[in-house]
Ligand binder design. Structure first.
Ligand SMILES: [Zn+2]
Length: 293
């Protein structure tokens, strides 16, 4: 099982086709700037993965191909969607869109072997960073007990352009919820629900310009990843100019594959919460050099 990056692709606002196309451009830039081969994860690095995203289809622009590779090797993967994407179709009322996108997301998840899909029903398009959102994510982390959490960027500006508001909120809340989930004294009401603290080891960030690991998705994982985006057919039909899923996902993963030296890959930046920060080792070395007693 190896690691790779994902490209948050969709948006909750109508008429977002150009943003999706920018995803391809971001992948081009990422590949062009990579000089050393990005390594895979070790097979035993993680066995349970939770992907936390804002909207239906956010996982399907690359990450889902990595998910397919993981599940094929016995890794258990679950999705947590903070909204149902109900504000994502200009021509459809939110209630109808929520039902459609929920059904398409579940079908999409099945295509890559995901075991569980949960929706938190926070509002689409106006997702707020809040203690309540952190608590809701921490609750799922404590219940599912992942080794790794996959999230998207919380930066304002990313390689795919200016980051969408819900995506920024989702990324930051997910990162903070990882620590919340591990702290007994944060959100003590979760203890009352029978949910003991859980310490996630890995944060895997898609779309980062400094990928540390990759997942080789060549072959079947890529095919399943394409199928997972194709499962959002009715939603994608409402996005003018959206490229065919096969063309888009093949291109995105081919560009990232260059960074790993394989035909198709997905890249991630990984943080190991169970390891001391690199600065700690540097500080210790500096102290010993200054005072070798
Ligand atoms: Zn989105």
């Amino acid at each position: 099982m190896r690691l790779a990056r994902s490209s948050p692709g969709d948006d909750t606002q109508a008429g977002v086709g150009p943003r999706v196309i920018l995803t391809c451009l971001a992948a081009v830039t990422l590949s062009a700037m990579t000089t050393d081969l990005v390594p895979p994860f070790a097979d035993d690095d993680f066995q349970r993965v939770l992907c936390v995203v804002a909207h239906p289809d956010d996982v399907e622009y690359g990450t889902s191909s990595a998910v397919a590779a993981w599940t094929a090797h016995g890794v258990d993967v679950a999705y947590l969607l903070l909204t149902r994407g109900e504000a994502g179709m200009d021509s459809s009322p939110p209630e109808q869109t929520a039902q459609l996108r929920t059904e398409e997301q579940i079908a999409s998840s099945r295509a890559v072997g995901v075991s569980e899909v949960e929706f938190l029903d926070h509002p689409d398009g106006v997702l707020e960073y809040s203690l309540g959102l952190r608590r809701d994510i921490a609750r799922v982390i404590r219940r599912y007990k992942p080794d790794a959490v996959v999230a998207g960027s919380w930066e304002v500006e990313t390689r795919i352009g200016l980051n969408q508001a819900d995506h920024r909120v989702a990324g930051l809340a997910a990162v903070d919820a990882i620590r919340d989930a591990a702290n007994r004294w944060v959100f003590p009401e979760l203890l009352g629900e029978g949910l003991e603290p859980h310490s996630v080891r890995w944060l895997l960030l898609g779309g980062d310009p400094r990928p540390t690991h990759g997942v080789d998705v060549t072959g079947e994982p890529l095919e399943r990843g394409i199928a997972s985006l194709e499962a959002h057919a009715q939603y994608l039909a409402g996005l003018p100019g959206h490229p065919p899923p096969r063309l888009m996902i093949t291109g995105i993963t081919a560009l990232q594959g260059r960074a790993m030296g394989v035909p198709n890959a997905v890249l991630f930046r990984a943080w190991d919460f169970h390891a001391p920060p690199p600065i700690a080792a540097e500080a210790l070395a500096a102290a010993q050099a200054a005072d070798p007693r």
